[in-house]
Design a protein around this ligand. Sequence first.
Ligand code: AHR
Length: 879
Amino acid sequence: MNASRQFLFSLGLIVLSATAPGDLHAADAMPTLEIEAGQATARVSPMFHGLMTEEINFSYEGGIYGELIRNRSFKADAVNASIKSDAYDPTQYYPVEIAVSNTPKFWRAVGGAALMLDTNTPLNEALNVSLKLDASAASRESPAGIANGGYWGIPVKPKTTYQVSFFAKAAKGFTGPLTVSLESTDGKTTFADAQITGLGGEWKRFETKLTTKRVEPSKDNVFKITTTAPGMIWLQQVSLFPPTYHNRPNGNRRDIMELLAAMQPKFLRLPGGNYVEGNYFNQHFNWKETIGPVEQRPGHASCWGYWSTDGLGLLEYAEWCEDLKMEPVLAVFAGYALRGDHVEAGAKLEPYVQEALDEIEYLTGDAATTKWGARRAKDGHLAAFPLHYIEIGNEDFFDRSRSYDGRFAQFYDAIKAKYPQLQVIATTPVKSRVADLVDEHYYRNQQEMESQSQMYDTRGRTNHTKVFVGEWATRVGSPTPNMAGALGDAAWLCCMERNSDLVVMECFAPLFVNVSQLGGPGRSMQWESDLIGYDALTSYGSPSYYVEKMFDQNHGDVILPVKAQGIPTVEQTPPVGRRGGTPTPRRVPGLYYSATRDTAKGTIYLKLVNVADAPQPVSVTINGVDSVARTGEAVVLAADNPQETDSIQDPVKLVPAAMRINGLGARFTRTLPKFSVTIFKLQPRPRHSGASIVAAANVNQAEDAAIAPTPTMIAPAPIPAPAPAAVRPAPPVRIKAGASEPVKDSEGNLWLADQGFDGGETTERPDIQVANTKNPDIYRTEHYGMDSFSWPVPNGKYVVKLHFAETFEGINGPGERVFSFDVQGRQFKDFDVWAKAGGPMRAYVETVNVEATNNVIKVTFTPKVENPQINGIEIIPAT
Ligand code: AHR
């Protein structure tokens, strides 16, 4: 054990001793933290933060996978056979039987149509059923066909192009055409439609595009295929895709990918979780059946109770990684299924070992010289993917037969022999081989998570095996965690980060939940407390998401020791357990911390978590530096109470606020808001820089200034300020709504690119002339259809200037665009840009004097006729 490690151990003891019952309470004394900036104890693992994924809670179907049609291949009515290991040959294909009915799940008849699942007219061996549409009653007056309501709705967005494709054939005599359309469920509005001709006696693929106009975003919609010509039609693989992330064909939903991209993850643990195992051997993630053209993928019954089309298959997982610049951590099926069936190590396991070797080759093999590398190239991806980690199975501690040690050894030997560079992960401790990593899972309540948050401080370092915390969550809050969950997460992340020489990778689980139907038969949620929630139209990050993101974005590359004294404790009552009873309150530390440093820039990142229901002053000393800049940055997530949360209705209720702060130094005190997670970015100054050494600074927190939020940090959380003091005015902020680049106006003022809006779309009209202004360019871009705009500011008085001009060719007179808006409680009802400006193409500026009392300026917009629009916003501190 080296000296620095010993020092770190002693920190654990200091904290532990501070947690004894009867110890300090939050307000009793000021805890002190001493950071040894010159004594890095270890490197922060470069792979530390990642994501975990599997098909659960409609993560892919009705989630990140772009497909909008539910049950596109008509196999949701499959009879799920359970084939056990002794009867199962993994190299064989086992077609499912279909429970033939005339009410295929998630489809309904339109007009006088009759539907039937038809196993006598399959598209191919994989899609061994089709939908037979009897449209013999169709007429011009009464079109007949089918409708699909998607995954709890079909999202319709303005000016958006959707890709339609399907396979179809028709009985002799059908003259067509078919009409495909996007319509409101009540049938009153058709958003877009197109005609398909050329159906004949053989299966043929058809495709078209549907483009919407300027419509309100909505999800209570259906996709229809109808005809006015009588006849008999068969359909299969009916698909509707919105624009996808990076415009990948068969790709992922943009909004969810953007939430993930903002986390800057380093890896994606895939494809599970339980999903890699399946309930029975024939339901495991059989990767070879998830590649190639989507219409040749049979799909399979997933262990979370619904059919998986496998449209998001192995290649799509890898491309997802490529798009987010992360690498796969590949979990392979290891001969154990969830219902307890297994094969022993030996000859019977060999086909599964080969399946894993082939899978590695598919991802990493050379396209010219390997069989599976060539197959990957044929499937559309010539280049090999980076891959360094292979996980053997999932949660094999559930395998009561104790076969895992032997199974692991067989996989380990085969993988290391062919791919010695790969790190092999065990899912439970093994004795047969020295695993490179062991995957530990922790699902805990807040009090449990905080209680175990010194766990790795005292874990021995002599073992070669590192730790991968491949699933963990503070499970408080549903469907997504609330602030209590986020606080438990932050405490646990501090523990993992300051031990990331040992815990080299971590990922929260589960990652996703479709929040459309939280209970009842066919519900969209199988597991509560998931990181990111969404419905058909929108998505949001939970407070836990923001904590993960804060940690991911703000850390150095070396771990600094922190000596903590006087850490207070707080009393927490665990939730009532499954058996009822009255839980006993327990005391846990009230404050958690971790410090890292960026060796290139020198920046020190100090993370502090105050779980108490009271502001917590903290004294910080940084040893080993000459001085620390008086000004730095902080990112803060704080709530009024631990139940506060983000939701699909209120997606940015709790988000981190970034702010510039003063009064820092080599010694400073700071008061942390109650229920908060704070990351300080402290900048040591180089020696002999001429800057004065700041010692024992007392922070005037009222001088803090909010800084421009990053695009995903769109609204601030309220930061309780200490006693009032002179507020240094914040600089004016100017935003050119709809602009992709910042610009300067005629007076040299900088206008930032479009940001701070919640919802809506942007548009540019570069060639128009706008009167009544010295700065027509401001009005050549606009943001429209937004719900609100928020901007973090220090509390105080402001002049807010809202810039409008009616420049849309679809508005031809007053009364054609009317909306209301509210600026910090000042209401502007039935606002009509045309009327206010005195015509089109004329600028109008509404000037509003307001006061910010919770560190934000917020403008909300309510449509009445057409969409609200705006061209620019200025926020100028009142003098
Ligand atoms: O994350 C949800 C489930 O929890 C995973 O599928 C499984 O590995 C664990 O038990």
